[in-house]
Every structure is written in C-alpha cells, then in structure tokens.
Design a protein. Structure first.
Length: 131
C-alpha cells in the first residue's frame, strides 16, 4: 500500500504544464479585459487568460485602449488555443493564435498594449499555479 501511495505521490509531483497542455479551436465571443477573452468550446463560452501577458487594469492609463486592442484583434474570429492548464481563477491559460498564424498574446505586447509577464509565461505556469 505504501508503494502505491508513494508511486502516486511521485506521479502527481512530476506533473508539469506540458502534461496539462492541449489545444482546441473556437470563436472568440467576448473580450472581458486586455488579457482575458471568452472562446466557444463545446458550445459554451470558456474564459481564457492570455498566457504570459498582463495589461493595464480598467481605470489605469490605457486600460480601455488595451481592451479595445484585444477586441479589435480577436472578436468574432476563429482561434486556436495552445493551453497550459488553469489559473487560480479557473480560467484556461493559453496562447491565442488567429487563422493567419498571428499570435494575439505576442501582438498585444509587440504593439505596446500589454507587457510580458514572466511569472505567467510558458515555462512558469506550474510555479505560478502553486503560488
């Protein structure tokens, strides 16, 4: 019994973001914040946190414009998501890719609307989820 429990503990401890990763596609139906969208998944909106970025919150300088930039890039478009698990708010953490291969996460940073947030970047999700 101890061997089974020890083996299970080792397996659970060895899980990392790659074991949580996956992909799915769907239409963007809502932009809630500059770093949070909703995508249809199994005919239901699923909340997506854009991986590796943060944006100026509502009420902060450029907060509304950052949200508008995300809206302009993604609303109504079919996207493919590379997922990395869930955050503490139960949002799916993902890279969001448009049909023309544009990475929404990278574009928002490159265009200056959001900033790269290392703590929540791919490779750091497992650590961030434990915090």
């Amino acid at each position: 019994m101890k061997a089974v429990a020890l083996g299970l503990a080792f397996f659970i401890g060895s899980l990392n973001e790659s074991s949580l990763a996956g992909t799915f596609s769907g239409g963007v139906v809502s932009v809630l914040y500059g770093d949070t969208i909703e995508v249809l998944h199994h005919n239901r909106p699923e909340r997506i946190c854009l991986s590796g970025i943060d944006y100026p919150e509502k009420g902060k300088t450029y907060g509304k414009r950052a949200k508008q930039a995300a809206y302009d890039l993604a609303i109504g478009k079919e996207v493919t998501l590379q997922t990395y698990g869930h955050d503490k708010y139960k949002r799916t953490i993902a890279e969001v890719i448009l049909a023309d291969s544009t990475n929404v996460n990278h574009t928002l940073v490159k265009d200056g609307w959001c900033w790269w947030y290392r703590k929540y970047a791919p490779g750091n999700h497992a650590r961030a989820l434990r915090n």
